[in-house]
Write a protein that binds this ligand. Structure first.
Ligand code: 9UX
Length: 73
């Protein structure tokens, strides 16, 4: 099955230090289908490249929220 590669930028609030950035990076990168993750503190966001056949934007969002951060609409 071919990769259906998409890139999504999720806004994230609640990250306050480099440890938060590493935590968000780690939980996102651990998801099957996530190809690359670039998280920044300022602005607070995660740019995620992923295979839409394996993981959904809703799952990416829920993963960040489960790690203790917020993804504003
Ligand atoms: Mo830094 Mo983030 O000590 O949850 S890791 S505030």
């Amino acid at each position: 099955m071919p990769m259906t590669d998409l890139t999504l930028t999720l806004p994230i609030t609640g990250m306050t230090c480099g440890g938060c950035v590493r935590s968000v990076t780690s939980v996102l990168q651990a998801l099957p289908g996530v190809a690359s993750v670039q998280v920044t503190l300022e602005p607070g966001q995660a740019e995620v490249r992923f295979d839409a056949a394996q993981v959904t934007p809703a799952q990416l969002r829920a993963t960040v929220e489960d790690a203790g951060f917020d993804v504003p609409a």
